[in-house]
Design a protein around this ligand. Structure first.
Ligand SMILES: *Cc1c(COP(=O)(O)O)cnc(C)c1O
Length: 386
């Protein structure tokens, strides 16, 4: 049997339910209808309301962050978090090439340039060792600032992304950031419910961001949040994302260029109901990951990616990583599984290969380039096991 045929047989043994099986379906099994009805009954559907405040408080409690600010989506959250971390037009920001496009787009929206870095095979996220080596070669420190010698631009921040929910090497990255004077901003869009050394991802950087898009671990339809442990940054995040209007009984003025990025109360109501079910979702996703690990354990040619040591992953999206040398089997595996009604997909096209980012600065990207040809995401929704 070919690897593709073996894969389909093994996946069928885990996914016994009806086909087709989506990659990640939302699950509304809690108080969603009740809280939404409450919004409609009371008229509080838009930009302010009790569910927004409650969702923010619940998120802060769950993650252990000092402050959570709910916004319209994860991309907007990242744009504002980067601005609050001091990123200005003309800066460079280190981002992984192996990520969803939003990570790089948020940098570009600020007029800054993404500077692409390589990934580590053992976390799938930014490799701190390779990054330190690269910065030693290309950067110099001038008045406490890290400057790219080739472009003359300030390298202001590093944005690691916890790929498929698996925590990156945060200790290693924090050290690199300290050494080179860079702000750490975590793109934790995929890692709600993931822990690094016992602490929730998204609480290590100066700021971090979450996404509640329809395919994420919990969803608000569309939505996102900014997390921070810095009270002043939290206050500013709320201010900037609510049009920068100072509170006043009647005056209607704005003290700087703000954004209308607030999450409507309707979406926050969904979020409150979804957060109540998060522990249940996480348990189900962990059981599915274990079932995949067992069923695909004997596969010759690839392995299911498991959470890094000392980490607890939310297993947002399970991934089969083909062995080096088996790249030619990725397309047959994609074809066979999708034909069998089991939706799978490859990793994102690498950022440095996209037309708008082709000319951006970058380091050698051997691991990201290799991984991109070997990743196959598997159906991972919370309802796939009985
Ligand atoms: C989902 C996601 C985002 C944010 O997406 P939105 O659709 O804007 O909420 C950002 N970064 C990564 C890595 C993501 O997976």
């Amino acid at each position: 049997m070919s690897l593709a045929q073996e894969l389909v047989a093994a996946l069928r043994a885990v996914l016994l339910g009806p086909k087709p099986v989506a990659l990640h379906e939302p699950c509304f099994a809690g108080n969603e209808w009740k809280y939404l009805k409450d919004c409609l009954d009371t008229g509080w559907v838009s930009s302010v309301g009790a569910y927004v405040d409650r969702f923010e408080a619940d998120l802060a409690r769950f993650t252990g962050a000092q402050r959570a600010v709910a916004v319209v989506n994860g991309t907007a959250a990242l744009q504002v978090a980067l601005r609050l971390a001091g990123v200005v037009a003309g800066d460079e920001v280190i981002v992984p090439s192996l990520t969803f496009v939003a990570t790089a787009n948020a940098v570009a929206y600020l007029g800054a340039t993404p500077h692409f870095a390589d990934s580590a095979e053992d976390t799938l996220g930014l490799d701190p060792v390779a990054l330190a080596r690269h910065l030693e070669q290309v950067a110099l420190t001038r008045e406490g600032r890290c400057v790219n010698r080739a472009t003359g631009q300030v390298i202001r921040a590093v944005v690691p992304m916890h790929v498929f929910g698996h925590p990156v090497d945060l200790d290693g990255l924090q050290k690199v950031c300290e050494e080179f004077g860079l702000a750490l901003v975590e793109d934790a869009a995929e890692s709600l419910g993931s822990y690094y050394h016992g602490r929730h991802t998204g609480t290590f950087g100066r700021l971090a961001t979450l996404s509640f898009n329809g395919n994420k671990t919990i969803t608000t339809g569309g939505g996102g949040a900014i997390l921070t442990n810095d009270e002043e940054l939290g206050r500013l995040a709320k201010h900037l994302t609510t049009t920068a209007k100072p509170p006043h009984p009647w005056a209607y003025a704005h003290d700087q260029l703000g954004y209308n990025y607030r999450l409507p109360n309707l979406n926050a109501a969904l979020g409150c109901a979804q957060l109540e079910q998060l522990p249940e979702f996480l348990g189900r996703k962990r059981r599915l990951a274990e079932a995949y690990a067992q069923a695909l354990g004997g596969l010759d040619g690839g392995r299911v990616f498991r959470e890094p040591p000392d980490c607890q992953s939310n297993y947002w999206l399970n991934a089969l990583i083909l062995d080096r040398g088996r790249e030619a089997e990725l397309t047959p595996c994609l074809e066979a599984t999708n034909q069998a009604g089991i939706m799978t997909r490859p990793a994102w096209e690498l950022m440095h290969r996209l037309p708008m980012y082709r000319a951006c600065p970058r380091m050698a990207l051997p691991v990201a380039e290799s991984l991109a040809g070997r990743i196959l995401n598997l159906p991972s929704g919370p309802r796939l096991l009985a």
